[in-house]
Ligand binder design. Sequence first.
Ligand code: MG
Length: 269
Amino acid sequence: MKYGILVLIGLFILSSCQENTKTTPQTIDDSETKAVTKKYQGEEPTTPEATEVYEPVPPKVTQDDNGVPSDAIVLFDGTDLSEWINAADSTAAQWHINDDASMTVKDKSGFIQTKRNFGSMQLHLEWKSPAEIINEGQARANSGVFIQQRYEVQILDNNGNPTYTNGQVGAIYKQSIPLAMASVPTGKWNTYDIIFHAPQFGKSGKVLQPANITVLHNGVLIQDHFEIEGAIKYIGWPKYEIHGKAPIQLQDHRDNSRVSFRNIWVREL
Ligand code: MG
C-alpha cells in the first residue's frame, strides 16, 4: 500500500515537470493572417529551381569613404548649410560650420530644418556633446532630431547625468524609453541610424497607420519598430494631426547646448 502511494506521488511529480517544460505557442487571430501564407499556396514545389526567382533585381548601391550610400541625399557633408534653413522664418541657417566637417548649434538662433520634405526614410547622422560639461539634466547638451517636424529622437549628454528616462538620450521624447543607453564618452562622436515609416491618414484625418520608428545608437538597437503615438509634446499627451511629407529638424534647446553634427544623409523609402 505504502509502495503504491509512493509510485503515485512520483508519477504526479514527473507529469508536473513535463507540463512545466511546455511553452505556449504564439498565435494570432486567424482573421489577421496575411499574404505571406497566400504567396506559398498551390502545389508543393518538388525541385529547388521551382522556388528560385530572378526578378526584380535589387539596385546596386555602393558606399563612399564616409559610408554614404550612392543613392542617398546628402544633407550635410561639412561644406555648407545649403540644404538647411531656419525653421522659424525660413531664412538662412545660422549654425556654425567647423573646420572638421561638422556644424554646431548656434545658441538661441533656433531650430534648423531641411529645405526638402520627407516621408518614410532611412536617416543617418552623427552628433557629439561638447567635451566641456555645462549644465545638468535636460539642459546638458540637449538637442534632437525632429522627424517630419513632430517626432523627436532625443539627443542629450546622459553620461553621469540622469533624467526622466522617457526623455533621456535615444528616447522618442516622452513616449518611448530607449532599450539601452548606448552613448560614447562625452565629447566623442555618436551615430544615429533611424528607420522611419510615416503615418498614413484617411481623408477625414483618421490615423489609418501610425508612424513607426527603429533607431540604432552606435549600432545598438534602442528603438525597435516603436509605434509613435502622435506629435511629441513637452506638456500634454501626444496627438496626431493629419500631415504629409515634412522637413527634418535639428533642435536648438536654447541653453548653450553646443551639440555638433556631421555626416547627415537620408535615403527615401
Ligand atoms: Mg531635445
